[in-house]
Design a protein around this ligand. Structure first.
Ligand code: GSH
Length: 337
């Protein structure tokens, strides 16, 4: 009896151990797609276009992860999640990766069971107002009504900023982007506050974008990046190194257009990245051409940036902080060595 009990316990332990070894990558491979949590309402970052095709920087990051695993960016399945529910969606396994203009903060990293995998877009919080108000600086916003999305870093930053400047404001809170547009367009709030990239995005969806101005102040740091559930190192490494591939590919001059040519490069860094030398892909649980697949299917960081948010898009965002370190920006990725 005792022997049977011990054997039963052993089987249970083995099953548990096997189950816990089947990490997210194995699950993703088994289901044949990666679930990517996005906003869905931030043009340039994540939103379906007029044909229903998902577009945006956050979307393309999800596609890069799918390309690394499946050599097929279409294997990324986009799941809209609200600001409030995004971390729960990650913890419950509803999504495998969160790629949703999400700021890396201490409490999210340490308390919420979330692991940030780097910074995809360096941003700051700003303010947008109607031009007709004649406001030129955030310091002139004393007494204003400000629309703020709940479950965001925006809430605390705005309260800190007004307090630090001895000003008051009337918060008008909302849960979804659709509500916010109505609140702001109908004049229930004087000011719209969010990440500056989010303001540029929201402005494109207003009835007369040219009637609105983004004020010059950035009142916070908003390092926006992809996140995964804490506790699966292999998965976290895969997502982190997907981001590093995008950045390093730009630095090495590898693009979706020249990547086949680059397979013949004599530069050792290029050879390692493209899997011509070494077994870096295998070490991640992927094939050795994982980075080639990312670049071929989705492009490098510059291509993704220009296509979705750059000066030739409706958002018209300059590279600025999101330039490579060599060009005076903050994009700096460790090497594949
Ligand atoms: N980066 C901030 C703010 C993110 C955020 O809330 N952005 C808003 C404004 S751009 C948004 O995604 N709205 C669209 C939506 O909820 O679908 C955070 O992580 O808390």
């Amino acid at each position: 009896m005792k022997g049977r009990f011990v054997a039963g316990v052993m089987v249970a332990i083995l099953c548990f151990a096997t189950a816990s070894f089947a990490g997210i990558l194995d699950e993703v491979k088994a289901k044949g797609s990666v679930s990517v949590g996005v906003s869905g309402k931030v043009p340039g970052f994540s939103a379906p276009d007029e044909k229903g095709v998902w577009r945006g920087l956050d979307v393309d990051f999800g596609r890069a992860v799918a390309a690394a695993i499946f050599n097929d960016p279409e294997k990324a399945k986009f799941v809209p999640v609200t600001t409030k529910e995004r971390f729960t969606a990650l913890q419950t396994g509803e999504i495998d990766v969160l790629s949703r203009n999400t700021t890396w903060t201490f409490s999210r990293d340490v308390q919420q069971g979330v692991d940030f995998c780097g910074v995809l877009f360096y941003d700051g919080q700003g303010f947008m107002v109607r031009k007709s108000l004649g406001v030129k600086s955030a310091k002139e916003l004393d007494g204003a009504s400000v629309c703020i999305q709940i479950g965001t870093t925006t809430e605390l930053n705005v309260s800190d900023y007004f307090a630090a400047n001895g000003m008051t404001y009337k918060p008008v809170v909302y849960e979804s982007a659709d509500e916010s547009t109505v609140i702001y367009e109908t004049g229930r709030a004087d000011v719209y506050t969010s990440d500056i990239s989010g303001l540029a995005a929201r402005r494109t969806s207003l009835s007369k974008p040219e009637d609105h101005v983004i004020l010059p102040e950035a009142i916070s740091k908003e390092p926006l990046g992809p996140a995964v559930r804490q506790g699966d190192q292999q998965w976290s490494d895969l997502v982190r190194w997907t981001l590093f591939v995008l950045i390093n590919a730009e630095e090495l001059g590898i693009t979706s257009q020249n990547v086949d040519e680059m397979l013949k490069s004599s530069n050792p860094a290029v050879k390692r990245m493209l899997g011509v030398e070494g077994n870096f892909g295998e070490q991640l649980g992927l094939s050795n051409d994982w980075a080639y697949r990312i670049i071929k299917n989705v492009g490098n960081y510059a291509e993704i940036f220009e296509r979705n948010v750059g000066p030739n898009t409706p958002l018209k965002i300059e590279r600025g902080l999101n330039s490579l370190w060599k060009n005076g920006g903050l994009l700096y990725a460790p090497d594949i060595l």
